[in-house]
Design a binder for this molecule. Structure first.
Ligand SMILES: [Zn+2]
Length: 241
């Protein structure tokens, strides 16, 4: 087993290649009546171009995708953004179907080192997620600015949201901070769904986890919460078909 593979199974057990995740989740949802023709997909990932192959995979599978993305995959589009997106959903016999994908991301290099990513055409490795790495450095310096900076809206909102989940005085590393980001993104997604989705006439699915950029531009997904909801009843979605 390579250093990368052992780090992947240690930090992200049961992760799977990204294309497999998209395919298996489509097949599992298809069995519940979701299809490209009657469903709209929503995607929230980091703005980083490293995340785009996932968006492309989702678009290819689901036909189109409405993009929710902010830095680190945070959901800052608010009720207006959610409602605008949902108004694009197809109706089939009076029912709507939504699939929500939401993922922060992290790099893992061939030595199994967290955060380190080599990008095509760039000699030095860089950090992914850059936004979470920036916040991690700020936490490590013990001087955290939590004001809402109009010149840096997404990053300051991200810091405010994550800071609430960090035990007082702790300095989480990038791995822990990314897992906290996943929890915050899921909570925010569920809060916004409750505020905007008419559960009586909508079936929807929530697929969240962490997107991992491995060596040689191979991406993986660590699934966390994966479920679908029919008339308010939540059901676990099995991705192992
Ligand atoms: Zn990022």
């Amino acid at each position: 087993m390579s250093h990368f593979e052992s780090a992947l199974s240690k930090y992200f057990p049961n992760s799977m290649p990204q294309d497999e995740f998209v395919r298996h989740s489509y097949e599992a949802l298809q069995a519940q009546g979701f299809r490209a023709q009657n469903t709209i997909a929503f995607v929230s990932v980091c703005r980083d171009e490293l995340t785009l192959p996932l968006v492309e995979d989702i678009k290819k599978t689901w036909g189109e995708a409405f993009i929710f993305s902010s830095l680190a995959g945070m959901l800052f589009l608010g009720k207006t953004g959610f409602l605008a997106a949902q108004h694009h959903a197809p109706n089939e016999e009076g029912r709507e179907r939504h699939v929500y994908f939401a993922f922060p991301h992290i790099a893992l290099d061939f030595q199994g080192q967290i955060g380190s990513s080599t990008r095509p055409g760039r000699l030095l490795s860089s950090q992914a997620c850059g936004a979470l790495h920036g916040f991690q450095k700020e936490l490590a310096s013990r001087t955290v600015n939590l004001c809402l900076d109009p010149d840096d809206l997404e990053q300051s909102l991200l810091k405010q949201h994550l800071f609430r989940k960090i035990p007082y005085g702790d300095v989480p590393d990038l791995l822990v901070l990314t897992k906290i980001a996943q929890i915050v993104i899921l909570e925010e997604l569920e809060r916004m769904i409750n505020l905007t989705v008419n559960q009586k006439q909508t079936d929807y699915a929530v697929l969240t986890g962490i997107q991992i950029h491995g060596p040689e531009e191979k991406d993986f997904i660590w699934p966390c919460e994966v479920y679908w909801v029919n008339t308010g009843n939540r059901k676990i979605l099995s991705l192992h078909t």
